[in-house]
Design a protein around this ligand. Structure first.
Ligand code: SF4
Length: 412
């Protein structure tokens, strides 16, 4: 029996898909590349924007047409965003809502008439970085976001289970653990929060390095910045979905922080962790974003050494309050503002890369190309190509001296 799996959307979805793959493989199913004929076709969907959701629905229709006899299973946010009848009408055999998501492998085995798995399956990851899911759900209800509706209330994976799963990743040879979730800043288990979890993960024997995923501002970033400064196993990388540099826009977005508070966090980060890889998500053209409000965002971005900006022109997500807001910014203007920030991003990223010339960086080797070069990522999340590593260094952490930078890519 074979299965093929396609994952749309965020890192959290990828972490969940890795668990599905591990469980189905342990049950004896063979994974084949997505798009090839398979007995089971799984689509793990995303509904963060209407465009993403429509793309998933198109894929479901296309797989149903192409493989009419395959068992077609669908999970993820598009299941929770849509009425169940819609997926049934498309010929989906199994649609798993958020409450049932974890049971996807068992439900598939049941449909195939195969025995369920009885023992827990060690986690695995398809890449050299292991995605550790510590949390799901969000209750912040930002006015543009559908996620609280699709993923539900925050739930944290028990502290001990997070450590056990991370230890299993380390035993399996992974050297970078990426801590991920829907809103990891909300992590809480019996009074223990994200900073305590990161400290405990760091103390695990064999830990290479820990990368903290996207972190909601206004929660516990000060403690995490201090840990980054003190603990060489915690990557110097902070990604904040700041979205806007204007207080009125942040209020309309339903965000939980002010620009002043953001600046204090950014000042602390830059002071405590020199050459910090600093990332941000930004939305341009949110309803009510005036020229002056956009200028405030541009000024905030200019003022700090961001090395990784994800810029999105605002797009209405049906079912969210913001989709009905007044003050709509024309789509062309949303895109123009995004393009302006993207230009800034390129300049900043190149300048950040150049600041490493002559310095040592730690690279997780993720690929060796036929020309003998090794490729990987630094703790600060810059790509690095380096010569002189053999294939048996794949998946290991190596110290590399940076000789030059070509664009954003380090050469060592
Ligand atoms: S914090 Fe806001 S943007 Fe992030 S998942 Fe929760 S509601 Fe959505």
């Amino acid at each position: 029996m074979t299965f093929a799996l396609k994952t749309f959307g965020c890192r959290l979805n990828r972490a969940e898909s890795a668990r599905f793959e591990a469980a189905l493989s342990a049950a004896g199913l063979e994974q084949v590349p997505f798009g090839e004929a398979a007995d089971v076709v799984i689509i793990h969907t995303c509904a963060v924007t209407a465009t993403a959701e429509n793309e998933c629905l198109r894929m479901i229709r296309s797989m149903r047409t192409k493989y009419p006899s395959a068992l077609l299973a669908v999970s993820g946010c598009a299941v929770d965003a849509a009425p169940p009848e819609r997926l049934a009408a498309m010929g989906v055999d199994l649609a798993l809502s958020r409450e049932e998501r974890e049971t996807l492998p068992d439900r598939i085995l049941e449909k195939l008439g195969l025995p369920r798995l009885t023992a827990p399956i060690p986690p695995r990851s398809t890449a050299h970085r292991a995605l550790l899911k510590i949390q799901d759900g969000c209750s912040f209800f930002c006015t543009y976001c559908i996620v609280p509706h699709t993923r539900g209330q925050p739930r944290s994976v028990p502290f001990g289970q997070c450590l056990d799963e991370a230890a299993a990743f380390l035993d399996a040879g992974y050297r970078e653990i990426v801590v991920t979730g829907c809103n990891i800043a909300c992590y809480a288990d019996q009074g223990r929060r994200l900073p305590e979890l990161i400290a405990a993960l760091s103390a695990l024997p064999g830990m290479g390095r820990i990368r903290i995923g996207s972190l909601e501002p206004g929660m516990n970033e000060a403690a995490l910045i201090r840990r980054m400064a003190e603990d060489p196993r915690v990557c110097d990388f902070l990604h904040l979905p700041i979205q806007s540099g204007d207080d009125a826009v942040l209020r309309r977005m339903g965000r939980h922080y002010t620009v002043d508070a953001l600046r204090r966090t950014l000042d602390l980060a830059c002071e405590q962790v020199p050459r910090l890889g600093l990332g941000a998500d930004l939305i341009t053209g949110f309803p009510g974003e005036t020229d002056a409000a956009f200028e405030a965002t541009r000024a905030l971005v200019s003022a700090y050494p961001f090395s990784n900006l994800h810029v999105f022109p605002y797009s209405e997500r049906p079912g969210t309050p913001a989709a009905g807001f007044d003050g709509v910014v024309p789509v062309a203007e949303r895109k123009r503002r995004a393009a302006e920030l993207i230009r800034l991003r390129e300049e900043k990223r190149v300048a950040f890369a150049r600041s490493f010339i002559g310095r040592e960086v730690t690279v997780l080797i993720e690929k060796i190309t036929p020309d003998g070069n090794a490729h990987g990522w630094t703790a600060e999340y810059l790509p690095c190509t380096c010569a002189g590593f053999s294939p048996d260094t794949l998946g290991t952490l190596r110290t590399v001296t940076v000789r030059r930078a070509e664009g954003e890519e380090l050469q060592g």
